[in-house]
Ligand binder design. Structure first.
Ligand code: NOJ
Ligand code: CA
Length: 504
């Protein structure tokens, strides 16, 4: 793979707890992931991004990191992680891991020291009086310790925020990056990347953060073709792309695209905005339909309101599964055809729906608990994958799963879908294979086919047409390579995407 492999890569997101269980305790792990590497190779992805695999009390699914240089024992060992990296590389698959610089875990050595020694508190945000900030998960953002001081946690109380005004924090993270680069990881996905610095009035997008990423870029560049990917949720695209200047992060997730409703004018607006704001900094856009924090696309797209917003997750709002599925297929081909890199969140390739009927007493997401249940949280997109067989745990490993799987998942297992040429899994496999040769990094040229149709051509000559209107539309010239659903008398029906190649 080239030095700039990340510019056009297809990156598969592994939420380790829910991917595959190698030792039968009901929780996904490295042994399970290693055993499924052939599946990922077959799927045709270029890289894997793993959510945090570090030792953690799991107050927030591992985003409460107790030790940045280790592996959570439930997942495996450091030696096994190194073996996994080697095995992935043998298959020509890159490995990206999560780094969580905004906050730590109350179980970390530094925080434990801070609790017992007031002189060791400057690595975090301890104050005599809290301000009025609310936690992003609900409830106050400050928790009081035994001696009366308060510490800041933008997320759960188990996730104390680091103080980035302290140079020791800078040194620590540069060292953590090196630790994993030296073990062969190809990049980092940076959690909550815009939140590191705090002023009296704000914790979002302070200018000082850019100096940190400039330094991290120097570190990454020392190791060659490594990549830094930002999780940057900012409403202002101009502010967003500042993180992607040539000496900062390589790419960042495109949440505007993810949150966008399935509406042609809005999609066109978001795609154009993405392209025009990325071009001046020379960073490739990314196209994301789902991740471990958001409602599964099949469920989203089957609703009357197809947009995504964290606050109003529309949990329980009726969704038409057939319509959602159809649109998710069309959206996948659209996302994969756009210039830049694309993300596939585990289970997206199986067309899994959001599991909305989880028993409340089994929900684990702090977002659910801290909001007093008003926000149902993210467990519904984190249910362990169905691999094979007729009943739970559907080949996940062992006899149970840490979150229950729906009985009806027999039809959506990877095994069942492999045998069905028309399945979501086979659509993803075929599309990713074509994408390798014909798509990825570059630019697009829009074609005009009416207000309900998104149509563009890529440098390779591939044309992508998505019809979001009610009536079928005639195909432009070309040979049909792939469709997300059957054509109707040679025309492209509603909620369907087609890829065509030039006739020559
Ligand atoms: C973003 C992560 O994607 C999410 O899962 C996590 O809860 C927060 N950051 C806090 O780390
Ligand atoms: Ca396990």
């Amino acid at each position: 793979m080239s030095q700039t492999w990340w510019r056009g890569a297809a990156i598969y997101q592994v939420y380790l707890r829910s991917f595959a269980d190698g030792n039968g305790d009901g929780i996904g792990d490295l042994a399970g992931l290693r055993s499924r590497l052939p599946y990922l190779k077959d799927l045709g992805i270029d890289a894997i991004w793993l959510n945090p695999w570090y030792p953690s009390p799991m107050a927030d699914g591992g985003y409460d990191v107790a030790d940045y240089r280790g592996i959570e024992p439930v997942f495996g060992t450091l030696a096994e992680a190194e073996t996994f990296i080697e095995e992935a590389h043998e298959l020509d698959i890159k490995v990206i891991i999560d780094v969580v610089p905004n906050h730590s875990s109350t179980a970390s050595t530094w925080f434990q020291e801070a609790l017992t020694d007031r002189g060791a508190r400057d690595r975090f945000w301890f104050r005599d009086e809290p301000n009025d900030w609310q936690s992003i998960f609900g409830g106050p953002a400050w928790t009081q310790v035994a001696d009366g001081q308060w510490y800041l946690h933008l997320f759960a109380p188990e996730q104390p925020d680091f103080n980035w005004d302290n140079p020791e924090v800078h040194r620590e993270f540069e060292d953590v990056l090196r630790f994993w680069f030296e073990r062969g990881v190809d990049g980092f996905r940076i959690d909550s990347a815009a939140l590191l610095f705090k002023s009296d009035t704000s914790y979002e997008d302070l200018d000082e953060v850019h100096e940190v990423y400039r330094r991290w870029r120097e570190v990454a560049d020392e190791y060659g073709d490594r990549v830094l990917i930002g999780e940057v949720w900012l409403p202002d695209q101009e502010r967003f792309t500042r993180y992607l200047r040539p000496d900062e992060l390589h790419t960042a997730f495109n949440f505007d695209f993810l949150a966008c409703p399935w509406e042609p004018a809005e999609l066109r607006r978001v795609i154009d905005l993405t392209l025009t704001t990325h071009a001046p900094v020379g960073a490739p856009p990314t196209w994301v339909l789902s991740n471990h924090d958001v409602t599964r696309p099949v469920t989203r797209y089957g609703r009357a309101d197809t947009a995504f917003a964290h606050g109003g997750r529309l949990h329980g709002v009726p969704s038409d599964p057939e319509l959602g599925h159809r649109r998710a297929r069309a959206a996948a081909l659209l996302a994969m055809a756009l210039p830049g890199s694309v993300y596939v969140y585990q289970g997206e390739e199986l067309g899994l729906p959001e599991v909305e009927d989880l028993p409340d007493d089994q929900r684990q997401d702090p977002m659910y608990h801290r909001s007093g249940g008003t926000n149902r949280g993210r467990d519904g997109c984190r249910v362990p994958l169905p691999w094979a067989g007729d009943e739970p745990p559907f080949g996940f490993g062992g006899s149970s799963t840490w979150l229950p799987q729906p009985e009806g998942w027999r039809k959506v297992t990877a095994e069942a879908q492999s045998a069905d040429l028309g399945s979501m899994l086979n659509l993803y496999r075929t599309a990713l294979a074509h994408r390798r040769d014909l798509l990825g990094d570059g630019t697009l040229t829009w074609l005009t086919m009416g207000p309900d149709v998104l149509a563009f051509t890529r440098e390779s000559g591939l044309t992508c047409v998505s019809n979001l209107g009610a009536a079928p539309v005639p195909l432009p010239p070309g040979r049909v390579l792939l469709t997300s659903g059957p054509l109707e008398d040679g025309a492209l029906p509603s909620d369907t995407t087609v890829w065509l190649t030039s006739l020559a």
